[in-house]
Design a protein. Structure first.
Length: 154
C-alpha cells in the first residue's frame, strides 16, 4: 500500500506543481498581452496544456478514488487521510467540467472584447487558485497517508 500512496503523492505533486506554474507563470503573462496576441497565444497553447493536464488530472483522480475505496474496504490505517485526499482531489477535478471547459473554450474562440477577456481572466484566476489550493491540500493529505502507512508497517 505504501508504494501506491507514494505514487499518488508524486502524481498529485506533479499536478499541483503544474497548476502552480499556470497560476504564477502563464496567467500573469496572458494578462499582460494585447488582445490579438492573447487570442493567438491562448488558442494555440490551450491544446498543449490540456494534453498534459487532462490525462494527469483524470489519472490521479481515478487512482486516488480507487486506492481510497480499497483502504476503506480493508479498514487500513491511512483511510482517513486517503478520504481527505479524495475529497480535495474531487474538488480540484470538479473545477474543470464546472468552469474551465467552458471558459477555456470561450477564451480560445477569440471573439471576446479586451474588457471581456480581462474579466474572464480574473474569474479564471480565482477558480484556478481554488483548484491549485485543493491540489496542494490533496498532496499534503496523500503525504500524511503515506506517513501513516509507513509508521504502521514498522
Amino acid at each position: 500500500m505504501i508504494y501506491v500512496t507514494q505514487a499518488v503523492t508524486v502524481t498529485l505533486g506533479l499536478l499541483a506543481g503544474g497548476l502552480f506554474l499556470l497560476g504564477l507563470g502563464f496567467l500573469p503573462y496572458w494578462q499582460s498581452l494585447e488582445l490579438a496576441e492573447f487570442n493567438w497565444l491562448f488558442s494555440t497553447s490551450v491544446p498543449f496544456v490540456a494534453s498534459v493536464m487532462k490525462p494527469l488530472g483524470f489519472s490521479v483522480t481515478g487512482v486516488t478514488l480507487l486506492i481510497t475505496s480499497f483502504a476503506v474496504w480493508k479498514k487500513l490505517p491511512p483511510r482517513n487521510w486517503l478520504i481527505a485526499t479524495s475529497v480535495f482531489t474531487l474538488l480540484m477535478f470538479a473545477t474543470f467540467p464546472a468552469y474551465f471547459s467552458g471558459a477555456n473554450a470561450s477564451l480560445a474562440e477569440g471573439v471576446m472584447s479586451a474588457q471581456e477577456v480581462a474579466q474572464e481572466l480574473k474569474q479564471w484566476q480565482l477558480v484556478h487558485w481554488f483548484r491549485t489550493i485543493a491540489a496542494i491540500a490533496a498532496c499534503f493529505c496523500a503525504v500524511s497517508s503515506g506517513y501513516v502507512s509507513t509508521r504502521n508497517s514498522q
